[in-house]
Design a protein around this ligand. Structure first.
Ligand code: ATP
Ligand code: MG
Length: 656
């Protein structure tokens, strides 16, 4: 991507550190090199075998029907129940006493739920939803904090065939209303409030406001979490503890068609207005269960697995709820933020529950880097054996820090590329097979077909960059954008005929391994050179004073676009005065020029305290571009904290 003509502007491809799998892990790994061979020789047979990990009430007639491409049907004719696969079958097999979740509330309250207890609770909630008149196919919106009821609510919906749409507890009433209306949900499940940074924060009030403009919502089911005062609408609002606790703990799970809708999840909105991504049952659960088993090498009898992400993000759906439960694994579920009440909270949780596998986002890792390695050093992290990353390209320095300070230089780090749309992991190392490279997701998982292509859709040779595409359908693929088939075709299947356009830039190195370079929309064009934001950001983060960086291309009369960088400094560098800030900026500009080339030297560097992020922790570069080009901000409904943008605007000199 960074390359036009012969000149190479790549710092990532100069990364030469290599990490082979630990021999003990490789010797007992769930997935082996043979999985690649099996999938290469017969992709559909490979996925059919993976589907065999699930319990089907009725077997499928055909693995894939893609005759109406790009609309796919997987495991055609098969019938199953997702909740039964996540719960009852483990209990029936005598594993009901195994812990499903160790839940840790932010204020320090805890709950442990075994598979048997979770099954009973889901059955009660399923009966309760039926009593509210919810039937198969009805949509249910879930707007809850990170509490066990969130998982229960999702599985209760799945159990009765009502697609759920989970909306981040941090979103505004307006964002919630938009999603309720878009998918026409009739029931909303919420709580009085949740804990965030040590304080109860209201949820029910936002639901009241949102629903005031949603005439078709007939019931609001309310979990009591904080005990704070709330308004109450008789006839519409129902307490969870009144309705659910009174239900029988038995519920017969009906089997649904493999293509029955399981949920609608709205994308992060990093590049555009959020899209309602539809996932269905059989293919989704197959790929989520297989990848969770293979990429995390889970051993259900002894691992304690922790995805430290919000359930309101697809990562939470696939790797807190559906994957781990389908595999019968014990997980940790944590309600709060990493620095409440102290910056060692995550490590305290790892120590307490003896977490063996941790999965989180680069934004969290860079935050921990900013806080310093002394903090995790104060805890016993010896239970960890595998680390994962997801959500953004991971800068090589952040990868190295994660491996060293959290993984004690012995845990493999798997960088997993995927999207809300892909439903499950697509490009990632296999921890018992792959030789890892800091900053690279390496190669497509078995059964996945990915390529990097040029403008004309032709595969690029090793050593060059282009657009990431998926060339064959995969089981967990989105089936459409809810209510908008044309947008589904236009967004994903029109840029290159017959293949799925991911919207991300990528590069293949000399070994053919894949390095993700960020969004195609974010690629800058400086004097005819295409420069990826990821590479400039990784160069900035490799400087010892920088904790985090976001780079955008702003219109420039001379060069077409100019590189504008927003940086957050590490601990002591951050407290320096404004004269120093100019010095730092000059030094960083020189550093980028040295690491990548003079053409990538930022025109402007602004030292800021925070960056605009989505709730899933992704940097919203399009808002920074709006600021750099002095425009009004676009859709901000998925921004965590809108005051961040005012702060940043204040730092930008007029006309700059
Ligand atoms: P929208 O599509 O509304 O702009 P979004 O793309 O941010 O939102 P998600 O589906 O949550 O919503 O994010 C998927 C994107 O996250 C990918 O397209 C990619 O850009 C990025 N991503 C996820 N994992 C990785 C990874 N391991 N390496 C690089 N990028 C990643
Ligand atoms: Mg996207």
């Amino acid at each position: 991507m960074t390359d036009t003509g012969g000149e190479t502007l790549s710092n990532l491809l100069r990364e030469e550190r290599r990490f082979p799998p630990p021999p003990e892990l490789a010797a007992a790994a769930n997935a082996t090199a043979a999985d690649y061979e099996r999938a290469d020789s017969d992709r559909l047979a490979f996925w059919a075998a993976a589907a065999g990990r699930l319990d089907w009430a009725q077997p499928w007639d055909e693995v894939l029907d893609f005759s109406r491409a790009p609309f796919a049907r997987w495991f055609v004719g098969g019938r199953l129940n997702a909740a039964y696969n996540c719960l009852d079958r483990h209990v029936e097999a005598g594993r009901g006493g195994r812990v499903a979740f160790h839940w840790e509330g932010e204020p320090g309250d805890t709950r442990t739920l075994t598979y048997a207890e979770l099954t009973a609770e889901v059955c009660r909630a399923a009966n309760a939803l039926r009593e509210l008149g919810v039937t198969a196919g009805d949509r249910v919106a879930i707007y809850l904090p990170m509490i066990p009821e969130t998982v229960v609510a999702m599985l209760a919906c799945a159990r009765i065939g009502a697609p759920h749409t989970v909306v981040f507890g941090g979103f505004s009433a307006e964002a919630l209303r938009g999603r309720i209306l878009d998918c026409d949900a009739r029931v909303v499940i919420t709580a009085d409030g949740g804990y965030r940074r040590g304080k109860p924060s209201a949820l029910k009030a936002a639901v009241d406001e949102a629903v005031s403009a949603c005439p078709d919502v007939r019931s609001v089911l309310v979990v009591r979490r904080t005990g704070q005062d709330i308004d109450w609408t008789d006839g519409r609002d129902v307490w969870w503890h009144d309705l659910v606790d009174a239900q029988p703990a038995q519920h017969e799970a009906e089997a649904f068609d493999s293509e029955h809708p399981l949920y609608i999840m709205y994308t992060s909105g990093t590049t555009a207005r959020p899209k309602g991504i539809l996932h269905t049952t059989g293919g989704y659960l197959t790929q989520v269960a297989w990848t969770h088993w293979a990429v995390f090498d889970v051993k259900p009898e002894r691992d304690v697995f922790w995805t430290a992400a919000d359930i309101g993000w697809v990562t939470g759906h696939s790797y807190i709820v559906y994957g781990p439960l389908a595999n019968g694994v014990t997980s940790v579920l944590y309600e709060g933020t990493p620095d409440t009440p102290h910056q060692g909270r995550w490590w305290e949780i790892v120590e307490k529950y003896r977490v063996s596998i941790l999965y989180c986002a680069p934004t969290a890792i860079r935050t921990f880097m900013k806080w310093g390695g002394d903090i995790p050093d104060g805890f016993d992290l010896s239970s960890l054996r595998l680390l994962g990353s997801v959500g953004e390209p991971i800068n090589p320095e952040a990868w190295m820090w994660y491996r060293k300070y959290i993984g004690a230089d012995r845990c493999p780090v798997v960088d997993t590329w995927w999207q809300t749309e892909t439903g499950a992991q697509m490009i990632s190392p296999l921890p018992g097979v792959s030789v890892c490279k800091p900053g690279s997701a390496l190669r497509p998982l078995p059964g996945v077909a990915a390529e990097v292509v040029d403008d004309a859709g032709k595969p690029v040779p090793d050593g060059s960059g282009g657009y990431l595409v998926l060339t064959e359908p995969w089981p967990a693929m989105l089936r459409t954008i809810w209510g908008d088939e044309q947008r589904y075709i236009d967004t994903y299947w029109s840029r290159f005929p017959g293949v799925y356009f991911a919207g991300d830039g990528a590069k293949k190195d000399e070994d053919g391994d894949i390095w993700l370079l960020g969004r195609v929309d974010d690629v800058m064009n400086v004097s005819g050179h295409r420069i990826s934001t990821t590479e400039v950001e990784s160069a900035l983060v490799s400087h010892p004073t920088v904790a985090e960086a976001a780079v955008v291309g702003a219109t420039d009369a001379m060069t077409g676009q100019g590189v504008v960088a927003f940086v957050i400094l590490r601990g002591d560098a951050a407290s320096a005065g404004s004269a120093d800030a100019e010095e730092v900026a000059a030094e960083l500009r020189a550093h980028v020029a040295k690491e990548i080339g003079p053409i990538a030297r930022p025109r402007q560097i602004l030292v800021v305290a925070e960056l605009p992020k989505t709730r899933s922790g992704k940097i919203m570069r399009r808002l920074l571009r709006d600021v750099a080009e002095h425009r009004d901000l676009g859709d901000v409904t998925t921004l965590t904290d809108s005051s961040v943008m005012d702060e940043i605007r204040g730092r930008l000199p007029a006309g700059g």
